[in-house]
Design a protein around this ligand. Structure first.
Ligand SMILES: *Cc1c(COP(=O)(O)O)cnc(C)c1O
Length: 337
């Protein structure tokens, strides 16, 4: 914990570097055979990447990305700073029609519609047209999906979620195998003040020690709960990439080691009914955010910024590492309530 360093050492000032950040970055980089940069939050990571682009740069982004990715890109487009096209990236022809571009932003599985983009094919196509590719890998984590191996220039994650893993720290992560690009992003971090807190970096470093155990357990729980929900009378639709009827199931199975721990469900009935379900659970907390060891759920459209393409009764489930039968009993009771 230091903002001030003695002169002539490795670090000049606390906004530039910190031994705890370096230890976290070493571990995160090793996970992806890459170089990592830790930032203040997922949004800070997104800000650093977008700030690299020149005025008027062309960006292709998913039709329904993480809600604040969309909000920020729309702002930059409206200000004339960037030219942004939102396209369904799960459709390769839609991406092709939007190229050429300077940057293609991908997110798979996407938050909260769980759409699956074919990373290898889309990255190859983007590179053929001279675009750099960034993949928001928050939902999958580097343990289940490795965008850099599939050619992405940058993998991005909200470290707030599975990496820190205990709902107690905000953090962002960028990884790349391009040392020059990493240095450019590091400069953005310093100049824009996007640096992580030391305590947060330490919490994430400790959280990383159990990420394998947590993600494996939570993903197995999610797959089981998704499967059980498919026959639940209150549920109209279950969105989970490893369910056989998911439109992206084949691609998901080819690029992910497991389906992950996020499940979205669309309920019969109206928004009030979906809100009532969120308030009726006892083990699952009604809360936004995701990726903690404890399960949370929320109706996404309670946020005015959420896309209108997200159904009013969609509940996003962040499945944790609790006992799967406890989770099921609690959720089933709330749905029947
Ligand atoms: C939460 C989230 C973010 C933003 O991360 P913060 O750490 O909350 O700033 C970005 N992308 C996805 C997919 C997320 O779930």
């Amino acid at each position: 914990m230091a903002s001030t360093y003695r002169a002539d050492g490795a670090v000049g000032y606390g906004r530039e570097g910190n031994p705890t950040w370096s230890a976290l970055e070493q571990a995160l980089g090793d996970l992806e055979s890459a170089q990592a940069l830790a930032l203040a939050s997922g949004m800070a990571a997104i800000t650093a990447v977008l700030d690299l682009l020149p005025v008027g740069a062309r960006v292709v982004a998913p039709e329904v990305p993480y809600t604040l990715t969309a909000v920020r890109l729309r702002e930059l487009h409206a200000a004339g700073r960037l030219h942004v096209q939102f396209v369904p990236t799960e459709n390769l022809n839609a991406v092709r029609a939007a190229l050429p571009a300077d940057l293609v932003w991908l997110e798979t599985p996407s938050n909260p519609l769980m759409r699956i983009t074919d990373l290898a094919a889309t990255i190859t196509l983007a590179h053929e047209h001279g675009a750099r590719v960034v993949v928001d890998n928050t939902f999958a984590t580097p343990l289940l999906q490795r965008p850099l191996d599939l050619g992405a220039d940058i993998a991005m994650a909200s470290g707030t979620k599975y990496i820190a893993g205990h709902s107690d720290a905000l953090l962002g992560v960028l990884t790349t195998r391009d040392a020059e690009l990493r240095e450019q992003l590091r400069q953005r971090r310093s100049l824009l003040g996007l640096n992580p807190g030391t305590m947060e970096a330490w919490l994430a470093l400790r959280g990383l020690r159990t990420m394998g155990l947590r993600v494996r357990a939570a993903s197995a729980n999610a797959e089981e709960i998704a499967r059980r929900l498919t026959t639940h009378p209150a549920v109209a639709q279950v969105l989970y990439p490893f369910l056989p009827d998911h439109p992206g199931a084949t691609i998901a199975r080819s690029q992910m080691r497991a389906g992950g721990a996020m499940v979205s469900i669309v309920l019969h009935g109206d928004a009030d009914r979906a809100d009532a379900v969120c308030r009726a659970t006892r083990l699952w907390s009604f809360a936004t955010s995701l990726g903690g060891i404890e399960s949370t759920l929320e109706r996404r459209r309670r946020w005015p910024s959420e896309s209108e393409q997200v159904p009013e009764t969609l509940i996003r489930l962040s499945v944790g590492a609790e006992d799967v039968n406890d989770l099921w009993r609690d959720l089933d009771a709330a749905l029947r309530h």
